[in-house]
Design a protein around this ligand. Sequence first.
Ligand code: C5P
Length: 233
Amino acid sequence: MKNYEKIIVALDVETEAQAAALVKKLKGKVGVFKIGKELFTACGPSVVKKIQKLGGKVFLDLKFHDIPNTVAKAVAQAAKLGVYMMTVHTSGGFEMMKAAAVAAKENAPKGKAPVILGVTVLTSLDDAALKKIGFKDNAEKQVIRLAKMAEEAGLGGIVSSPKEVKKLRRALGKEMVLVTPGIRPLWAAAGDQKRIMTPKDAVKAGADYMVIGRPITAHKNPAEAAELIAQEI
Ligand code: C5P
């Protein structure tokens, strides 16, 4: 995989026009375009098709978490749309993840099943918040346990903070795809991200893909920002 292909750009915008403008600027400079809850809720499947028509691969980051039947049906629709990657919450349980993995394979065009990534512990939750929910493990233990369960259930990878990548790389098989947000190149502002890592260090730790938003999308020349990041790796 080339360095630029490891970059996933977070399209954290509200309209299809804004998303399309970014895709046109960044095509061939990054690997994948991430559509999250805001953009998808505003624009629906139309924005997925638009990005694909422009030649971009889509990461549909809707973090499904529901009963297995419901999640399987939603995953089937995403697979039919031809998305490249998508997310589910590992805390939805083993059966939910298994149903998602099966639905992805059965409904995608042949050989094009989306990579289903498991979200373990949201980085907004610290150990105190986890205890309050009723989880007995600390965040680190919980992340590793859920990630192993995801692997066993047939998911294709894990989304995690860059600080967890090294441990996950050791705990999981090498075919598991590791995707990490919280990436800041040396020259970019941290913004609200706290536990950040540079692109180079994240790849060194074992990340396959990095989700990068504002350092690229808020840059006056997004294509140049993406090129700088690929060079930095
Ligand atoms: O602009 P920035 O690079 O901070 O954007 C990061 C993207 O990754 C956003 O879409 C954000 O929602 C997402 N994300 C994150 N931290 C997580 C999970 C997802 O920043 N733990």
